[in-house]
Design a protein around this ligand. Structure first.
Ligand SMILES: Cc1cc2nc3c(=O)[nH]c(=O)nc-3n(C[C@H](O)[C@H](O)[C@H](O)COP(=O)(O)O)c2cc1C
Length: 341
């Protein structure tokens, strides 16, 4: 069946068939904003929810997987960032029955082999066609192609429009998922037209009811436009030398005004700007985004968001977001067909 085939209750692509989901929408792992309720809501709506487990203890990884499984029988995924050794976490996830593993930022080959031994499927996020080819050669089942527009940590330098077809051609017939710049059904239709088999959205789901983003940050996302983000290496506490996309805020502005000095010489370096609910300190240039329950200056934290923020205009339950995106994608595709294109 060709990708993008419209069915009454689903939108079938090679991705949905491979993962056993109904619609080609993946909730990107969004670090500390991810949680079982969010992943389960997206999966229940027919998409794929993902837990971001890179920084959790092994028991906590297992607990989050159990909580998600208790909330949905539909498939869901786990995500690990390979900047750090994730062997123990991956083994814990696989022992807990994880069937879909997403990997980002590092050499995925050893982790793909581990996952393959249990029959779990792997999705590898890449920022270039060269990286995509290596991941596909290592046995990745799905390639997630992350464009420069993306929020959070950004792997490559090419924008989605140029990157998606290049990656699709590089790894065919491996399904490619488009990430970075997508917030609605028009974006899903465009991604399918470029040869992708689905979309992966982070910022849109950060503004869902279930996300653990600080409520004031969610509202801030609604007021922000597509030109309000910057690609920087500024919030390096906890994850050095890793480019990321954030909304401009008071921390970025003060650093800009000071002439963009290097780490160690920036304004108010090491200042404690807030605390997590468990008392953990958040320092000015830490990689921690504003989460619910934190105290202090949420606005001064790393405000991860993609250019897609311009398309985020309401805070809704994640399941309704999935439904709305599918409805709009159908309307977009059908309008093109009716126009005789
Ligand atoms: C708040 C936030 C946290 C993120 N955390 C992770 C993460 O833990 N693991 C990961 O693989 N990607 C992470 N990403 C990147 C996303 O997977 C994805 O590439 C990005 O959100 C796509 O761009 P969009 O935000 O415009 O949809 C994060 C993105 C955001 C916005």
């Amino acid at each position: 069946m060709p990708d993008g085939m419209l069915q009454p209750e689903s939108l079938v692509t090679s991705l949905t068939t491979l993962l056993g989901i109904r619609v080609p929408i993946i909730q990107a792992p969004i670090g500390s904003f991810s949680c079982p309720a969010l992943a389960a809501a997206v999966s229940e709506a027919g998409g794929l929810g993902i837990l971001a487990l890179s920084w959790d203890s092994l028991p906590r990884c297992c607990e989050k997987i159990s909580q998600t499984r208790a909330a949905t029988q539909a498939p869901f995924g786990v995500n690990l960032v390979l900047e750090w050794d994730q062997t123990d976490r991956l083994n814990a996830c696989l022992d807990s029955g994880a069937k879909i593993v997403s990997l980002f930022w590092g050499d995925p080959a050893p982790y793909i082999s581990l996952a393959q031994r249990t029959g779990a499927k792997t999705m590898v996020s890449v920022g270039s066609s060269e990286e995509a080819r290596k991941a596909a050669d290592a046995g990745a089942d799905v390639i997630v192609c992350q464009g420069f527009e993306a929020g959070g940590h950004v792997r490559g330098v090419a924008g989605s429009i140029a990157l998606i077809p290049a990656v699709v051609d590089a790894v065919a017939p491996v399904p490619v998922v488009a990430a970075g710049g997508f917030a609605d059904g028009r974006g899903l239709a465009a991604a399918l037209a470029l040869g992708a088999s689905g979309v992966w959205m982070g910022t849109r789901f950060a503004a869902s009811m279930e996300s653990l983003a600080h409520p004031a940050f969610k509202t801030h996302l609604l007021r922000s436009g597509e030109s309000d983000t910057q690609h920087l290496r500024l919030f390096d506490g906890g994850w050095p030398n890793a480019p990321h996309r954030v909304l401009r805020n008071s921390t970025v502005d003060a650093w800009d005004k000071a002439g963009r000095p290097n780490t160690g010489m920036r304004p108010n370096e090491n200042e404690v700007i807030g605390r997590l609910q468990n008392g953990t300190e958040i320092r000015r240039y830490d990689d921690m985004p504003p989460v619910v329950g934190m105290s202090g200056e949420w606005e001064a934290c790393a405000l991860y968001a993609g250019q897609s923020v311009g398309g985020v205009r309401t805070i809704k339950p994640a399941g309704l977001i999935v439904d709305e995106i599918i409805r709009e994608a159908r309307e977009t595709i059908l309008a093109l067909v009716r126009a005789g294109l």
